[in-house]
Ligand binder design. Structure first.
Ligand SMILES: Nc1nc2c(c(=O)[nH]1)N[C@H]1C(S)=C(S)[C@@H](COP(=O)(O)OP(=O)(O)OC[C@H]3O[C@@H](n4cnc5c(N)ncnc54)[C@H](O)[C@@H]3O)O[C@H]1N2
Ligand code: MOO
Length: 398
């Protein structure tokens, strides 16, 4: 692959190029989603309170809303969702349920446990202000509650609903995938000369981890025409990213590069100096200022495809959705156990398990094998000339 050597990009530079390209297309990935459907996506704008929380002065306990010093005359009962009771005068009380609107004039709520009832009178020690949740005491209407880029978790979805939102503006890139290779079988035990697709099953989880929405995967027959048609259709559909697996090298059936040239796409990365994952591609339609669909070419060897996905696909998706890297809370570098020799030109991505502050190679991480990655937490990044002992880590999607 001598021709490829000239354009092969250093690993760290390739990741930076992917982030930079994704950032240029972030505007395109916005949609409005119902809070529950938004889980996993990133907020495209800050979250503000459309209503105050609590939305009205409410009781925090089941008991009696009381006004002034006791004992109090009990005037009736208010349940949550009911019309507000008339204002209390000092010496009056209403029986009240948690979440019900307290009448005007309420000074405190006396929980049943602290109350002594005799007919229409109730006694007890009520501390002024106790057990009344005042309008907006948690969040006033109009307050900014979460910044743009926050990942919507189940708690964020519930919070957004409590703040009055029916939909949320989120960024969630749509990722189409094409699996190529006439030898690839997508179900069952592979027949003679066949290989079971091991990349397609990884992609939805990788996409979701990076905050994207996977679209249907399509199995493509080998052939330049098929590739041109499929990629052009995905670009017309405005998929944000098209992932093409197993057509990025320079063999007779590797048509991605030719298809991109025929479709006039701009090639940003053509080969990355890493092992595994060497033949990977990054390209886009549209213009430099306003990129259209982004194309990521992953190698066919499954561990090379995973390495390429963490190199180009994950950074592009994270930048498109404007969220923090999901691995950002994990250690960035740790001592690497054992004897790991650097490659002379390429960055090695070594499958490691992380425990007790040490990264330990797990083996079985040749380009064609996912055994190592399946047992690993991260790839240790071993650049050319590395002397150790610390290696930076790129965490595997989980
Ligand atoms: N002359 C050269 N040949 C190759 C080079 C090179 O530099 N010069 N690089 C090798 C490396 S490294 C890789 S990685 C592969 C990448 O090739 P492709 O992306 O074009 O993929 P294929 O050739 O179609 O397949 C490679 C290998 O992977 C198997 N495969 C393909 N798709 C899948 C899938 N979805 N699931 C499981 N396995 C898959 C396929 O059967 C092949 O065994 O190129 C080398 N060649
Ligand atoms: O370098 Mo390939 O990308 O080893 O599998």
């Amino acid at each position: 692959m001598a021709g490829c050597r000239k354009t092969t990009m250093p690993w760290a530079q390739a990741r930076a190029a992917a982030r930079e390209l994704g950032g240029r297309r972030s505007w395109a990935t916005e949609e409005d989603a119902a809070p529950a459907d938004a889980v996993g996506a990133a907020l495209a704008r800050e979250l503000t309170a459309l209503v105050a929380v609590p939305p009205y002065d409410a009781s925090a306990m089941d008991g009696y809303a009381v006004a002034g010093p006791g004992p109090w005359n009990v005037r009736g009962r208010v349940l949550a969702g009911a019309a507000p009771a008339a204002a209390l005068n000092p010496g009056e009380a209403v029986e009240i349920a948690t979440g019900a609107r307290v009448p005007e004039g309420t000074d405190a709520v006396l929980p049943y446990e602290m109350a002594h009832r005799e007919g229409d009178r109730v006694h007890g020690g009520a501390e002024r202000g106790r057990h009344v949740r005042r309008t907006g005491e948690d969040t006033p209407a109009g307050a900014t509650v979460l910044p743009q880029g926050t990942v919507v978790t189940p708690a964020v979805a519930g919070l957004a609903a409590s703040l009055g939102h029916d939909t949320l503006p989120v960024r969630r890139p749509r990722v189409a995938a094409f699996i190529t290779g006439d030898e690839i079988a997508v179900a069952g035990r592979p027949g003679p000369g066949q290989v079971r697709d091991a990349i397609g099953p990884m992609l939805p989880g990788i996409a979701a981890w990076a905050g994207a929405a996977p679209e249907a995967q399509v199995r493509l027959d080998d052939g330049l025409d098929h590739m041109v048609t499929a990629v052009a259709e995905a670009a017309d559909r405005k998929s944000d990213v098209v992932v093409v697996c197993g057509a990025s090298s320079k063999g007779p059936a590797d048509h991605l590069r030719a298809a991109l040239a025929e479709l006039d796409a701009t090639l940003v990365v053509d080969g990355v100096a890493c092992r595994p994952g060497h033949p990977q591609l990054l390209a886009h339609f549209g213009t430099g200022e306003s990129p259209g669909t982004v194309v990521v070419g992953l190698p066919g060897n499954p561990n090379a495809a995973l390495a390429a996905a963490v190199t180009l696909l994950v950074p592009v998706l994270i930048a498109m959705s404007g969220r923090a890297d999901p691995a950002a809370l994990l250690p960035r570098a740790l001592p690497l156990a054992g004897t790991v020799a650097p490659h002379d030109r390429d960055t090695r991505l070594v499958a490691v398990r992380v425990a007790d502050g040490v990264a330990r190679p797990v083996g079985h991480d040749r380009p064609g094998s996912l055994r190592g990655a399946a047992a690993a937490d991260a790839y240790a990044v071993v650049p050319p000339g590395w002397t150790g002992p610390d290696a930076s880590l790129v965490w595997l999607p989980r």
